[in-house]
Design a protein around this ligand. Structure first.
Ligand code: OFO
Length: 182
């Protein structure tokens, strides 16, 4: 079981992960608009990852006999000045999510809630990966003299577009949240 305070905090995190999904879907749409199909794919894969993060939390609350309460998802920006801004915003957002996960872990420790603490470790590791992905792409963008157009961005678009979805996207399958590496 989880406390009501923990239930509320996990519900908040579901909302944040849903906003992450929405934000990356908006970036995907904007990249498509700009003719950058590879980046559009990368962000759409990221959208699915965020949906998985949200649904893994959802399933955990249900498994702990808690109540999932969904709140409104705030509107993400519709346009970005370019790929550089998208990844700078992505990194900034992921750092915000990392802080939020750390606060959840703090609460689990405070409540001596070992099950939730153990569950959240997956997210702690995942956030290291999320931030690393953004740092790596920003480092590649920094190598290009003009990161909004030209052959460099064309080649990077091709490379980024090879990203594959490695997590389940059908959340109606029993046990979908298990056995996935962070
Ligand atoms: Fe769910 O990790 Fe990104 O936001």
């Amino acid at each position: 079981m989880i406390t009501k305070k923990m239930e509320a905090a996990l519900n908040e995190q579901i909302n944040k992960e849903m906003y992450s999904a929405y934000l990356y879907m908006a970036m995907s749409a904007d990249a498509t608009e700009k003719g950058l199909d590879g980046f559009a794919r990368w962000f759409m894969v990221q959208y699915h990852e965020e949906m998985f993060h949200a649904m893994k939390l959802y399933q955990y609350v249900v498994d702990q006999d808690g109540k999932v309460t969904l709140k409104g998802i705030k509107e993400p920006p519709a346009t970005f000045s370019g790929i550089q801004e998208m990844f700078e915003s992505t990194l900034e957002h992921e750092q915000f999510i990392t802080k939020s996960i750390n606060e959840l872990v703090d609460l689990a420790i405070e409540e001596k809630d070992h099950a939730t603490h153990n569950f959240l470790n997956w997210y702690v590791e995942e956030q290291v990966e999320e931030e690393k992905n953004d740092h790596d792409i920003l480092a590649k963008l920094a190598m290009l003299s003009d990161s909004t157009k030209g052959p460099g961005i064309y080649m990077l678009d091709k490379e980024i577009g090879s990203r594959a979805l490695t997590i389940p996207s059908d959340f109606s399958v029993d046990g979908f949240a298990e056995g996935v590496e962070s």
